[in-house]
Ligand binder design. Structure first.
Ligand SMILES: [Zn+2]
Length: 288
């Protein structure tokens, strides 16, 4: 007797019931082969509507239930072990660290059919933010993906303020950009838009301290990004090409941008960058 529903018991004892289709999507998401290399990116699970990202939470205690691969299944890069072990069958797990408690599910958490059910449904509402936007908190959740955005901001903003159009373009381009996306580390923090906003906040803060500070941080992130890719010339060249394309997205290149691009080429030890820059005209009319 095939059942179309699966359930799991919350720590508050509420039985959470979801469709078989959704349960299978979550399990597929959690068990798909790890992306390689060095991407930690994978498709997010969609809600029943097939559009929005799934927010799983308990209807009774209102707590969020973590299911994302990079948070639950992926090995902690430092300890090389999973932080969140398989739960007891039929139950959500509870992970505690010094900052928070996280309820989560692993593939074995779900049991077929619904057990004692009162009220159950998937709550469709914006994921409640557990994150504040203080600089300290942003730094705490900083990932390689943040660093990549910062590099883009520094490049786009080097001639002054990034205008909203350029910012939107940047955002759009970053999202579309498969190569960059593949390079984005997740490290337990997957909301791409939040990551983008984090990096924007941090970049704007750096700007307040002047160009020298923006550049100092930029150099630091360039090194870290290269390290995270083991200084692989091929990957770094691809990244550079993508960064370059975004710089050229408005059809113009400014000498400040050239300066930053050259910095990337130098820091990463690439030999592809300079030919690309030859013969270009600065949008201000200055020669490069
Ligand atoms: Zn609950």
């Amino acid at each position: 007797m095939p059942s179309k529903e699966w359930s799991v018991q919350c720590v508050c004892d509420e039985i959470i019931v979801i469709s078989e289709k959704l349960r299978n999507s979550i399990v597929d998401h959690q068990t798909a082969p790890a992306p390689f290399p060095p991407s930690l990116w994978r498709e997010s699970v969609k809600s029943e509507d097939g559009i929005s990202t799934l927010d799983l939470s308990c209807n009774n205690c209102d707590k969020e239930i973590e299911y994302r691969w990079n948070a639950v299944i992926m090995e902690n890069p430092h300890t090389k072990k999973r932080d969140m072990q398989d739960t007891k069958t039929g139950h959500v797990g509870l992970f505690k660290d010094e900052w928070e408690e996280t309820m989560y599910v692993t593939p074995n958490s779900w049991v077929k059919g619904k057990r004692t059910v009162h009220k159950v449904k998937i709550v469709k509402r914006p994921r409640k933010s557990r994150h504040s936007n203080s600089l300290q908190d942003i730094m705490q959740r900083w990932t390689m993906g943040h660093s990549l955005y910062y590099i883009q901001f520094a490049l786009a903003g080097i001639e002054g303020v990034i205008d909203p159009k350029e910012m939107n373009l940047l955002k759009q381009r970053m999202k579309e950009n498969k190569v960059l996306q593949d390079g984005l580390g997740n490290e337990g923090y997957h909301d791409e838009e939040k990551r983008f906003i984090d990096a924007e906040i941090y970049y704007n803060e750096a700007v307040k301290h002047g160009k020298a500070e923006v550049v100092r941080i930029l150099r630091d992130y360039l090194t870290r990004v290269a390290e995270s890719h083991n200084w692989e010339k091929m990957i770094l060249s691809l990244l550079y090409t993508q960064i370059f394309d975004i710089a050229m997205a408005d059809g113009e290149i400014w000498s400040g941008e050239v300066e930053v691009l050259q910095m990337i080429v130098d820091e990463w030890g690439l030999d592809i960058g300079i030919p690309l820059l030859k013969g270009m005209t600065d949008a201000s009319g200055r020669g490069i």
